[in-house]
Design a protein around this ligand. Structure first.
Ligand code: KG4
Ligand code: ZN
Length: 353
């Protein structure tokens, strides 16, 4: 089955062709980073306008690279939730129009669930990864799931404040590294001589059984380490640009250590809650982080479970993961009507314990 995937939930316009949920024939991503950089974050209205301009060339590019035409597409898969409503609507409207005009079926894919399929792309037997413990670490989400199959997920925990990628982006702003900040913090922390033990930043445990995450305390500690504790009037004693290069890279490395340790702690609890998991499936932009990847590799080794990490280009938002998961939903008959709605929120409900 040849699935054309379309993804426009945030600020990446993407299209991809994936065969049988495995073979990625093409994956085209038009990033809008340059449009949002001056604002230090994604501006929803700017994002949806840019999707409108870029989507059709991106779809054409994906088909060309795959050596196919629209007539060769069997199914249209589109990320329809969660995300920025204006952005989602652009991709969803295009996918519906294509499905209708080509006489093909449509599948609506949850963007966060698709992140957990990204590591299975290109694998001979994707289904042998289940049951799995899933971690999505992205700019908008930090969530843990018990997974019994592609798109068969039970939410175990999620962030109660900032997503981990959001914390990376804010730390980058504090350190004056620009947007998007995650890759810049990663690079700085990897510079020779960076001391990840220089600062003992907090690792949020929350309640003893909690599988939720929290990153806002860590972010505030980084702010204070960089600029000093504010006085009564809220003023800081130091300017961020007065930090030495050495101090900045130590803060970046110490932040990465604490952020990775927080993930490790919650995954360890998650493995206890889901003892049948044979795999840790990871996805989302922060899964590209070198420190987190090392931490996850060592955790999986110690716990005797397999680790599925996406290729770096499939960590950040892309349409190959949408087409890949879309294949399995289509195989299960989970097609959508043309009335499919764009939904800003996730449909996951956490189990109450
Ligand atoms: O998955 P994604 O593309 O978008 C969402 O669905 O949110 O994730 C984007 C996030 C951004 O916060 C970005 O700073 C972060 O992923 N990111 C990284 C790295 N590469 C991207 N964070 C840490 N280290 C990286 N190497
Ligand atoms: Zn994403």
């Amino acid at each position: 089955m040849r699935v054309l995937g379309i993804e426009t939930s945030c600020d990446e316009t993407a299209a991809a062709v994936v065969v049988d949920g495995r073979r990625v024939l093409s994956s085209v991503i038009a990033s809008q980073d340059e449009l949002h950089a001056e604002y230090g974050g994604v501006v929803p209205e700017v994002a949806s306008r840019a999707h409108l301009e870029r989507l059709l060339p991106v779809v054409r590019g994906a088909l060309e690279r795959a050596g196919l035409t629209l007539a060769d597409v069997d199914v249209l898969a589109v990320g329809h939730r969660p995300g920025l409503i204006g952005s989602l609507l652009v991709g969803l409207s295009a996918a519906k129009s294509l499905a209708w005009s080509l006489g093909r079926r449509l599948v609506g894919v949850d963007h966060v669930h698709a992140h957990l399929y990204a590591g299975l792309l290109g694998r001979d037997e994707p289904l042998d990864a289940y049951p799995a413990l899933g971690l999505v670490a992205s700019g908008g989400h930090t969530s843990m799931y018990a997974c019994t199959g592609p798109g068969e997920l039970r939410l175990l925990g999620s962030t109660i404040d900032d997503a981990i990628g959001e914390a990376y982006d804010k730390v980058a702003t504090i350190l004056g590294l620009g947007y998007p900040g995650g890759p810049a913090v990663d690079r700085l922390a990897c510079e020779p001589g960076a001391d990840e033990r220089a600062h003992d930043f907090p690792i949020a445990r929350l309640a003893p059984e909690s599988l939720d995450f929290s990153f806002s305390g860590l972010k505030t500690s980084v702010l204070y380490a960089a600029r000093g504790v504010p006085d009564r009037a809220g003023g800081f004693s130091r300017r961020a640009d007065s930090l030495s290069a050495e101090h900045r890279r130590d803060i970046a490395a110490s932040f990465q250590r604490a952020a990775s340790a927080a993930i490790e702690l919650k995954l360890t609890r998650g493995l206890e809650r889901v003892p049948e998991a044979r795999t840790i499936l990871v996805g989302g932009g922060v899964a590209a982080n070198s420190r987190l990847r090392e931490t996850l590799e060592s955790l999986a080794r110690r716990r005797g479970v397999a680790l599925v990490l996406p290729a770096r280009e499939h960590c950040v938002d892309n349409a190959a993961m949408i087409a890949g998961l879309g294949h399995h939903l289509a195989r299960a008959g989970r097609y959508a009507e043309l009335s499919l709605a764009a939904v800003p929120t996730t449909g996951d409900a956490k189990e109450v314990r």
